[in-house]
Write a protein of this length. Structure first.
Lengths: 230, 276
């Protein structure tokens, strides 16, 4: 397939444009996963361990938000960050930061929902021990999150998969500016529109390879961690 | 928790990574059309402009309608598009300071080599469109309020056809960019109106070829405007105006005219023509 060849050529020729695109893709998606984890893990764990009226409804909504349409999220963030929007003075529209914000909004519900499920399952297992320890909710959350840390890697990877694969949100808030906000997925969309389908497929293969590599690294880290933790 | 420190380090790293790039100060955002970007024109002229002025131009490649809207919202410093009537309205409404004509090329009516409507080589684009409709031959419309879309609508009107009323299953409005429209036409052996620059640089032609060209109604003028700093104080008016001044200067015009693909010139300059 010619696509393999042109992507292969690109990688081999050390095309600086390609490396900048790959770098930005990883930077944006990994930053978004980091921020989404800081929000989603505590929020999901808290939801798993507390009981209040309307909790079931919150869980249903949270689960549904795992399927937020990226282009709608992109549009909402666009309207917020536009110079004519409420946060226009920040001057963030069409920057990588705007892309991180949009992807954080997309990824946080995924991490929160998966964390909630993981922690709740664990809680059922340890309920009595924890009750006997007689500790407050914050400590309970911390204890269970720490205990579930290896399982939660999967939640982070699901979030990363979503971020790395999506194009709808970042093309709206980032603008696909060459050398500034162009990522793997927006470059693929652009090359497709230019009719350069072999290059688009080639870039797609590069993207998928990188996602597999990241997942392999995470898997290895998890294995090593489990062994270390005994 | 042993990794509290590493968590803090990771967050700090994340924040540092997305902090605004310092090189950003001497730059402008130009909202432009897909044709100027996809044809490679910007790739050719922007390095020359940057070498001379040190100003980096960040290009948003959108349809003309969207590009004007981006300017209206104050999200771009300069708007560089091709739909004269809409540009004049943009300035008249106070969103742009002044419109400068820059260059032109032309539209071409593209169709399958088998030519089911039998229009190949016709010199009258209106007659060609009438025949496409009479034969119910597939036609792809951009349908995205771009410059090319409004040109297409004007051509139907000039041919005496009310396309909103007369369109049938043969007329497909896809709501996407020029490249996507050409891809769709290529996949479905349909007719489509394209700007010549995008057509020349388009790579997935399949069975498509130019069916009609050269009618003076296919003329396609580009203009550039600074977004009005009186409306949006964030507009970088000095850098933006420097870009406009360069585009219409002899040097900028020469740079545009020298852009060729396979020896074929894509844009013809006419900044000195006041009626353009």
């Amino acid at each position: 397939m010619p696509g393999d060849v042109s992507a292969f050529d690109l990688v081999l020729s050390g095309d600086p444009g390609l490396y900048a695109i790959v770098r930005l893709s990883l930077l944006v998606s990994l930053s978004a996963v980091l921020f989404a984890a800081l929000i989603g893990v505590p929020a999901g764990a808290l939801l798993a361990l507390t009981r209040f009226r309307g909790r079931e409804a919150v869980i249903v909504v949270l689960n549904a938000m795992m399927g937020l349409p990226p282009v709608v999220v992109g549009l909402a963030i666009f309207l917020l960050l536009s110079r004519s929007g409420p946060l226009g003075s920040w001057g963030l529209l069409f920057t990588p930061q705007a892309m991180v914000i949009a992807q954080t909004v997309l990824v946080a519900p995924i991490i929160a929902a998966l964390t909630r499920q993981t922690i709740e399952d664990l809680w059922v297992e340890y309920r009595e021990e924890l009750a006997a320890m007689n500790i407050g909710p914050a400590r309970r959350v911390a204890t269970l999150v720490w205990d579930a840390r290896f399982s939660l890697v999967t939640a982070l990877l699901a979030g990363f998969g979503r971020a790395a694969a999506e194009v709808g949100a970042i093309i709206v808030v980032g603008g696909n500016i060459e050398g500034f906000t162009r990522t793997m997925t927006t470059a693929i969309a652009l090359e497709t529109s230019k009719g350069d389908l072999p290059l688009a497929i080639g870039l797609g293969i590069v993207l998928i390879s990188i996602v597999i590599l990241i997942n392999a690294l995470a898997w290895g880290a998890r294995r090593a961690g489990e062994r270390y933790a005994g | 928790m042993l990794n509290r420190r590493s968590l803090i380090a990771a967050v700090a790293l994340g924040l540092a990574a997305i902090a605004p790039a310092t090189a950003q100060e001497k730059s402008i955002v130009v909202s432009s059309t897909t044709s100027t970007q996809d044809s490679g024109l910007f790739g050719h002229i922007l390095p020359l402009f940057k070498a001379k002025t040190g100003i980096e131009v960040k290009v948003l490649s959108q349809g003309t309608g969207q590009a004007l809207d981006t300017g209206r919202r104050g999200d771009a410093d300069v708007v560089f598009v091709h739909a004269k009537a809409q540009e004049e309205k943009f300035v008249a409404d106070g969103f742009g300071v002044k419109r400068f004509p820059v260059m032109y090329n032309d539209f071409v009516l593209i169709g399958p080599k088998s030519d089911p409507a039998g229009i190949k080589g016709m010199k009258d684009v209106g007659a060609a469109l009438k025949q496409i409709m009479a034969k119910q031959a597939s036609f792809i419309s951009r349908g995205d309020k771009s410059g090319t879309h409004s040109a297409e609508l004007n051509l139907w009107k000039a041919a005496g056809i009310d396309i909103e009323k007369d369109k049938g299953a043969w007329y497909k409005s896809i709501g996407q960019g020029m490249g996507a429209a050409l891809n769709t036409a290529s996949a479905g052996n349909a007719y489509v109106l394209a700007d010549r620059a995008t057509w020349i640089s388009f790579k997935n032609r399949g069975d498509l070829a130019i069916a009609v060209e050269g009618d003076k109604r296919l003329f396609n003028q580009y203009g550039v405007m600074l977004v009005n700093p009186a409306k949006h104080a964030n507009v970088k008016k000095d850098y933006g105006q420097a870009f406009i001044d360069w585009l219409v200067s002899d040097e900028g015009q020469k740079a545009i005219a020298s852009y060729k693909i396979n020896g074929e010139q894509l844009f013809y300059t006419n900044a000195k023509d006041p009626s353009a």
